[in-house]
Every structure is written in structure tokens, then in C-alpha cells.
Design a protein around this ligand. Structure first.
Ligand code: NDP
Length: 296
């Protein structure tokens, strides 16, 4: 079997187009322009790339983009003051503080200072609790994008066995909650899981969010299963730096029914979902109808 390739780049473009159409309607009919503020502390090169690309795409869908670039030695008090100012600013509907923060700053404190209604990353403890109890939440972007691709490919996920490898707060745990919300039978695996390959072999859906290049191989995959590869790993191959996922693409694609590539799978969906979350936050704040198909 050769797996169907789930094209995250193309799907993300359709999500952004949907967001852009809704943003146009909001501007024309309600005079509202959704605004996203991104706060970056320090000069981590990868974070700078992410922030630039988030800002560019925010403007492309017709939203207002606000960037706050702060020096690496910004104090916690100064950062919290900026977050509070953004919380109070009616032009801002979404706030994202780019992680990781420099070690002298308490990330949990900073994230939990964001107004939960503007928490477009879905990391605030209130949103974590809302998602965990099946209530309307702001949902973390990477798991949301993965869920959208799964729903688009399968329709209903009800009754499927899903194995999520990784239990981080930003990917693994919220992914498992979302799959449970769609009535999958969910197993969360992690570094202490015994006989991981046997666990993965039970899965109709495998979500790999580990951070270990090409760890999941084709022998672990049940024939016909759907593989969502969240991993982004830079490795040296044939003298070049290349991006690979947590799944060994060729061997998994030979067995799976469908698979997301790296790059071009989950990655593009993450930014598309950030824009979708900003739009959702704007609609909720203004008591307007939310766009369909862009939330969990
Ligand atoms: P974390 O490092 O926070 O979590 C990794 C998880 O993998 C942990 O739960 C860990 O288990 C588990 N793990 C580590 N080694 C093994 C192993 N040998 N067997 C089984 N489980 C293992 O990573 P993140 O969740 O933040 O990210 C995961 C990957 O996803 C990374 O490659 C990251 O770059 C990528 N990513 C991609 C995004 C995108 O937009 N596509 C967005 C965010 C992340 P334990 O808890 O026991 O230590």
C-alpha cells in the first residue's frame, strides 16, 4: 500500500482563505478588524523566523498585526505590564507570547496573565481546563490543525483507536483531549511506555509528537492507519541540513493508509490555526457568529 499524502500546505491555504473571507465580512458588515499581537523576547533565530512569518500571514488574511520585540534582558515586571496593556487594548483580539522565553522569565506566570479570551495559543490554564472538561476553549494550534486534517480525511473519528506519542502540554495532551472529544479511544504514550511499537500497532490513528527524528518506523504501523507526524527535526544528511519528522516517512508511507509529510504537513496548519483562533477570539469577544469548521 502507498499512503495517501495529506497535503497540509494545501489544506492550510484553504483554512487561510476561509479566515480571509470571514475577516472581509467582519470589516464590511461590522467595521471590525481582528488584531493579533505577537510578543517576542530576545533574539532566538528560530523564534524570529516564526514571528516574521506569523506577522506576514496575519496581514495577508486582512487582520492587523502588532509585533512587540523586546530585548533579552526584559524584566518580568515589564513583560507582564505589556501583556496587561494588550489585554486592555480593544484593537487586540489575540495575544501570543513566543516561547521559549529566556530562563529568567516565568513562562507559566506570563501565559496565565494573558486574558483567556485572547489566549490564541490555548495555553492559559483556563483554556486547558475548558478543553479538558469538553467546554468551549481556545485550543492549541498544532493539535487543532492536526484534528482538522483528520476530520477532513476521515469525516467521523468516532470509535477509532488513536495513539498519541508525546505528553507535552502544547501538543500531546491537548491532542489526546481533542481525539477523546471526537470519541476516539485514546492512548497517550511517552518515554516510559513499555513496548511502544506494540502500542502503536493497535492504532487506527497515530500522532507522533516526540522530537526524535524518524523514530516511528513502518513496522510499527497497522496497515491502513493514518499517521500524523508533528515532529520537526533538523538533521544532517548527505552533507546538508534537512527537516524530518518523528516518523520515518518512506517506511511508514509504505504501510499507512494516509500520512502527513514533513515539511508540508502539520507545520503549515499550525499558523493557519493561529489565524483561525484569532478570528474565533474576535467573534466571541464581539458576540458574533463564529466561522464554521475552524474550531474544535
Ligand atoms: P516535548 O519535548 O515537550 O515532548 C516530547 C514528548 O515525547 C514527551 O512527552 C516525551 O516523554 C516523549 N518522548 C521522548 N522520547 C520518547 C521516546 N523515546 N519514546 C516515547 N516518547 C518519547 O516536545 P513537544 O511536544 O513540544 O514537540 C514534539 C515535536 O513536535 C518536536 O519535534 C517539535 O519540534 C514538534 N512541534 C511541531 C509543531 C508544528 O507546528 N508542526 C509545533 C510544536 C512542536 P516524557 O514526557 O516521558 O519525557
Amino acid at each position: 500500500m502507498t499512503a495517501h499524502v495529506i497535503d497540509g500546505k494545501a489544506f492550510a491555504a484553504t483554512v487561510r482563505a476561509k479566515v480571509a473571507a470571514h475577516v472581509t465580512r467582519l470589516r464590511e458588515e461590522n467595521g471590525i478588524v481582528p488584531g493579533l499581537a505577537v510578543v517576542l523576547v530576545g533574539e532566538d533565530p528560530a523564534s524570529q523566523v516564526y514571528v516574521r512569518s506569523k506577522g506576514k500571514m496575519t496581514v495577508e488574511v486582512g487582520m492587523a498585526s502588532f509585533e512587540h520585540k523586546l530585548p533579552v534582558d526584559t524584566t518580568e515586571a515589564d513583560l507582564l505590564a505589556i501583556v496587561r496593556r494588550l489585554n486592555a487594548d480593544p484593537k487586540i483580539h489575540g495575544i501570543l507570547v513566543q516561547l521559549p522565553l529566556p530562563p529568567h522569565l516565568d513562562s507559566d506566570l506570563v501565559i496565565n496573565t494573558i486574558d483567556p479570551a485572547k489566549d490564541v495559543d490555548g495555553f492559559h490554564i483556563s483554556n486547558v481546563g475548558l478543553l479538558g472538561t469538553g467546554q468551549k476553549a481556545m485550543v492549541p494550534c498544532t493539535p487543532l490543525g492536526s484534528l482538522m486534517m483528520l476530520r477532513d480525511y476521515h469525516g467521523s473519528l468516532s470509535g477509532m483507536n488513536a495513539v498519541v506519542i508525546g505528553r507535552s502540554n502544547i501538543v500531546g495532551k491537548p491532542m489526546a483531549q481533542l481525539l477523546l472529544g471526537d470519541s476516539c479511544t485514546v492512548t497517550i504514550a511517552h518515554s516510559r511506555t513499555r513496548d511502544l511499537s506494540a502500542v502503536v500497532q493497535q492504532a487506527d490513528i497515530v500522532v507522533a509528537a516526540v522530537g526524535r527524528p524518524e523514530m516511528v518506523v513502518g513496522d510499527w504501523i497497522k496497515p491502513g492507519a493514518t499517521v500524523i507526524d508533528v515532529g520537526i527535526n533538523r538533521i544532517e544528511r548527505d552533507g546538508k541540513t534537512v527537516l524530518v519528522g518523528d516518523c520515518h516517512y518512506d517506511s511508514c508511507a509504505a504501510v499507512a493508509g494516509a500520512i502527513t509529510p514533513v515539511p508540508g504537513g502539520v507545520g503549515p496548519m499550525t499558523i493557519a490555526c493561529l489565524l483561525a483562533n484569532t478570528l474565533t477570539a474576535c467573534c466571541r469577544t464581539n458576540g458574533l457568529v463564529e466561522p464554521e469548521g475552524l474550531t474544535a
